[in-house]
Design a protein around this ligand. Structure first.
Ligand code: GRF
Length: 207
């Protein structure tokens, strides 16, 4: 596959985007971030993009509150295509992406979710894991399909849940693994050495 041309969609702090930037800078990932879009005007992810001189913009997604649809979706696809993006990374993007964007980048939209899917899809999954009494928690990087947090899994990493954990301490431990998992998943993509077989991503299986 070779060098990935990444477009990042985010809503918040952008620490996952930072982990990708750092992996590229260290020469550990053959990729280039072509565009960063955020649906929240003052989001820190935009500040990080600015600090690294990455092309970035605010994407106004109104009138929708929880999904990327309609004119904003069209604009988003247009901007990503114009920037030459071939791989879309959802890095803390708090909206559901719809089939039109998925069709524009088939099997090239990745999401990171702070739980060991299929357990605890949706929001605040680390709190759900804690409240459930799980002894391990973790993170999943997966291809995005039409469902919520449901596409084929590329990388998972686990962390222990400790006796005195709070949602904050557990989330912080998960985030350390997130920052390894996203670059790792992108390295697999860039190697081209994988095959999607139903739900399974077979790594090192290309004949
Ligand atoms: C992460 O916990 C990620 O797993 C979830 O949203 C959070 C984003 O964090 N999808 P950041 O904006 O990358 O710092």
């Amino acid at each position: 596959m070779g060098k990935l041309k990444i477009g990042v969609l985010g809503s918040g702090a952008g620490s996952n985007m930072q982990s990708i930037v750092d992996a590229i800078d260290r020469g550990e990932l053959d990729a280039e971030i072509k565009l960063v879009l955020a649906d929240v005007p003052g989001a820190k992810i935009l500040e990080r993009a600015r600090n690294h001189a990455l092309p970035h913009a605010y994407l106004d997604c109104a009138p929708y509150r929880t999904k990327l649809e309609g004119p904003a979706e069209d604009r988003c696809i247009e901007m990503l295509k114009a920037a030459g993006v071939d791989t879309v990374v959802l890095a803390g993007f708090m909206r559901i992406v719809k089939p039109k964007l998925l069709a524009a980048f088939p099997d090239r939209v990745l999401n990171i979710h702070p739980a060991l899917l299929p357990a605890f899809p949706g929001v605040h999954s680390w709190t759900q894991a804690l409240d459930y009494g799980c002894k391990v928690a973790g993170v999943t990087v997966h291809f995005v399909d039409a469902g919520t947090d449901s596409g084929p899994i590329i990388v998972q990493k686990c962390v222990p849940v400790l006796e005195d954990d709070t949602p904050e301490t557990l989330h912080a431990r998960i985030q350390v693994e997130e920052h390894k998992a996203f670059p790792e998943a992108l390295r697999i993509l860039s190697s081209g050495n994988y095959r999607i077989e139903g739900r399974r991503v077979r790594i090192g299986q290309v004949s």
